[in-house]
Design a binder for this molecule. Structure first.
Ligand SMILES: Cc1cc2nc3c(=O)[nH]c(=O)nc-3n(C[C@H](O)[C@H](O)[C@H](O)COP(=O)(O)OP(=O)(O)OC[C@H]3O[C@@H](n4cnc5c(N)ncnc54)[C@H](O)[C@@H]3O)c2cc1C
Length: 512
C-alpha cells in the first residue's frame, strides 16, 4: 500500500488512533475529487474506495478560476451548483464522511491541501475521480493525474459516472465515431445488452435503495477534522455573494430531491412519448439540471424506470450520449460548425433582432413564450428550444453561436455537449442535423404543439385575452392593438427563403 509515496502496511483496525507520541496515526484512506458526480448513491468511485479503505474516504471539490471566468458563465447555474455541493456535503456528513470545498483551481487547491495533510495525518493512499468528457476537463484530468502521481506519489483511479456508455464504447468496428444518430443508437442498444453493462446499470439501483431508506447511518469513518485539516471553507461566502446576481428561483438541489423528481416522473413516464412535445403540459422529466451535475445519473434513471429498447425516453438519453460522443471525437465543434460546408455562412447578426429574441419580443408567440420561460425560470421545453433556435438562425439569420452562448448564460441545465449539439442540429451545421432546407414555421409549430395556446398565455400575459383562433398570429386579431404585444420583427416566408439561399450559397462556396 503506498501512502505519501511510502509503502505501509494496511491496518484496517487503526482508523483514527493516537500513536505513542500522541501524533495521529491514520490507516490508509482515500480522497475522492468530486466534479460532476455530486452524490453518494451509486457513485462507483466512492463505492470502490469505500470498500478498499473500509469507509475511510473524504471528498474535495475545488472551484476552477477558468470555469468561473468563462464568458458564458451563469450566476443562476452557479448558484444551483453551490446548493448542490452544500447538499452533497450534508449528505456526506450525515454518513460519517465530509466534503472540503476549496475556492482555487485543482493545482493550487491540492498543493495547499497537501501541505496541510503532510503537517498532520499524511497524504491519502489513493485519489479517485469520475471521468468527464469535455475537452477542457480531459486536459485537466490528464494533467492532474500526473500531478497526483508526481507530487503526492499516490494511486489515481478514474471511474465512469456521467454516461451509461462512454464515447469509446460505441464506435464503428474500425474504432471511428458514428456520425448518424440512427446508426449510433442501434449500436448503443446492442452494446447496452452486454451482460456486464446490464449488471453495471442494475447495480445503480442499489444506490437508489439507499436514497429510498429514511434511515441514515454513518457508514463512512473519516472526516477532514480527523485528518487535522481545518481549511477555511469559502462555499457559504461564495453562495451569498453570488445570490445577489441570481435572476431566477433556484430549484431545490441535491440527490435526494433529484431522486424524488425521478419518482415523480415514473408515473408520467408511460405517457412521455405522447406528451413530451407539448410545452403546455408537464410531459417531460425535468431531470436535466440534476443530470448536469450528477446529483442523479442517467444510469440511475434507467435502473429505476427500466425502459425497453423502443422507449422514447431512453432514446432521448441516447441523444445526450450521442452529443457527448460527438464532442469527444470532434472537440472542434465547441468552436466551429461540424459540417465544413457551413463554416462560412455570412450571418447577418442584427443586434436589435438579437435583443428582441432574448427579450421574448419578436412578435412570434411560441418563440417569445419560450424565451420568457427561459428568462423567468432558467429552463425551456425541448420542443420550444428547437423552435427558438431555428428562428434565431433561419429567420433572424443570427450566428447559432450567439444563441448557444446566450443559452449557456441562462440555462440551469446548460451543458456544453447537448447545448452545442442542440444548436448545431437546429442550425443545420451539426452532425446529423435538421436538413438546412427544413425550416420550422413558428406559427405552424405553435398551432401544432400548443393548439389551445396554454403555453403562450402562461408566459405572455399580454396575450391572456387573445382568442385561441389568433393566439399564434395575434397581429391578425381585430383588437391586436389592445394587447400591447409587438408586431412580428420579420416576415417568416421572406426570411426562410433568404435562409435557403444563404445556406446553399455557403455550401456551393465551400465546394470551390
Ligand atoms: C437548442 C437546444 C439547446 C439545448 N441545450 C441543452 C443544454 O444546455 N443542456 C441539456 O441538458 N440539454 C439541452 N438540450 C436538450 C433538451 O432540450 C433538454 O435536455 C431537455 O429539454 C431537458 O428537459 P427534461 O429533463 O425535461 O428532458 P426529457 O424530455 O425528460 O429528457 C430526458 C433527458 O434526456 C436528455 N435529452 C432530452 N432531449 C435531448 C436532446 N434533444 N438532446 C440531448 N439530450 C436530450 C436530457 O438529459 C434530459 O434530461 C438542448 C436542446 C436544444 C434544441
Amino acid at each position: 500500500m503506498r501512502v505519501g509515496g511510502r509503502e505501509e502496511a494496511f491496518d484496517p483496525a487503526a482508523i483514527v488512533t493516537r500513536g505513542q507520541s500522541g501524533a495521529k496515526v491514520i490507516a490508509p484512506w482515500a480522497l475522492h475529487w468530486f466534479r460532476r458526480d455530486l452524490r453518494v448513491a451509486g457513485n462507483a468511485a466512492l463505492q470502490s474506495s469505500f470498500k478498499k479503505y473500509q469507509g475511510r474516504v473524504v471528498g474535495v471539490f475545488c472551484f476552477d478560476g477558468k470555469f468561473l471566468s468563462r464568458d458564458d458563465f451563469s450566476h443562476d447555474r452557479f448558484q444551483f451548483f453551490i446548493h448542490s455541493l452544500q447538499a452533497l456535503r450534508e449528505e456526506l456528513r450525515s454518513l460519517g464522511s465530509d466534503l472540503l470545498i476549496l475556492d482555487q483551481g485543482p493545482e493550487a487547491s491540492f498543493s495547499v491541501l497537501g501541505g496541510s495533510l503532510k503537517a498532520s495525518g499524511g497524504l491519502p493512499a489513493s485519489v479517485t475521480f469520475s471521468r468527464d468528457y469535455e475537452p477542457f476537463a480531459r486536459d485537466r484530468d490528464a494533467r492532474m493525474g500526473k500531478w497526483f502521481q508526481d507530487q503526492w506519489g499516490v494511486t489515481v483511479e478514474s471511474f465512469r459516472d456521467h454516461l451509461v456508455l462512454e464515447p469509446h464504447e460505441v464506435t464503428k468496428p474500425d474504432g471511428s465515431a458514428y456520425q448518424v444518430f440512427g446508426a449510433y443508437k442501434k449500436r448503443w442498444l446492442q452494446v447496452f445488452q452486454d451482460p456486464v453493462i446490464q449488471q453495471r446499470v442494475s447495480a445503480k439501483a442499489t444506490g437508489l435503495t439507499y436514497l429510498r431508506s429514511k434511515k441514515v447511518e454513518p457508514i463512512f469513518s473519516l472526516t477532514w477534522k480527523d485528518l487535522g485539516v481545518e481549511l477555511e471553507d469559502q462555499c457559504q461566502a461564495m453562495a451569498e455573494k453570488n445570490q445577489r446576481k441570481v435572476s431566477v428561483p433556484i430549484p431545490e438541489a441535491g440527490s435526494k430531491v433529484a431522486y424524488e423528481k425521478l419518482k415523480g416522473f415514473s408515473s408520467r413516464h408511460m405517457k412521455y412519448a405522447q406528451n413530451r412535445d407539448i410545452p403546455g403540459v408537464l410531459g417531460t422529466s425535468q431531470l436535466s439540471i440534476y443530470f448536469k451535475n450528477g446529483s442523479l445519473t442517467t444510469s440511475q434513471a434507467i435502473a429505476d424506470l427500466a425502459p425497453g429498447p423502443s422507449d422514447t425516453f431512453l432514446s432521448e438519453l441516447i441523444w445526450r450520449e450521442f452529443y457527448y460522443s460527438i464532442l469527444f471525437h470532434f472537440p472542434s465543434v465547441e468552436a466551429d460548425a461540424f459540417l465544413a460546408k457551413f463554416r462560412k455562412i455570412p450571418w447577418v447578426n442584427r443586434p436589435d433582432w438579437f435583443q428582441s429574441w432574448k427579450d421574448g419580443r419578436t412578435g412570434y408567440p411560441i418563440v417569445d413564450a419560450g424565451m420568457r420561460q427561459l428568462l423567468k425560470t432558467g429552463w425551456m421545453h425541448n420542443r420550444v428550444r428547437m423552435i427558438v433556435a431555428s428562428f434565431l438562425t433561419k429567420d433572424l439569420h443570427i450566428d447559432y453561436r450567439w444563441g448557444e452562448r446566450y443559452f449557456m448564460e441562462k440555462l440551469l441545465d446548460g451543458d456544453l455537449a447537448p447545448n452545442n449539439g442542440g444548436w448545431q442540429w437546429a442550425a443545420s451545421t451539426g452532425c446529423d442535423p435538421q436538413p438546412y432546407f427544413r425550416i420550422f414555421n413558428p406559427t405552424l409549430q405553435g398551432k401544432r404543439f400548443d393548439p389551445e395556446g396554454d403555453y403562450v398565455r402562461r408566459w405572455i400575459p399580454e396575450l391572456s385575452s387573445c382568442p385561441t383562433k389568433w393566439i399564434h398570429e395575434p397581429a391578425k386579431a381585430p383588437d391586436f392593438s389592445s394587447f400591447g404585444y409587438p408586431l412580428p420583427v420579420c416576415d417568416h416566408s421572406i426570411q426562410s427563403r433568404q435562409a435557403l439561399a444563404m445556406y446553399s450559397r455557403a455550401a456551393e462556396g465551400a465546394k470551390q
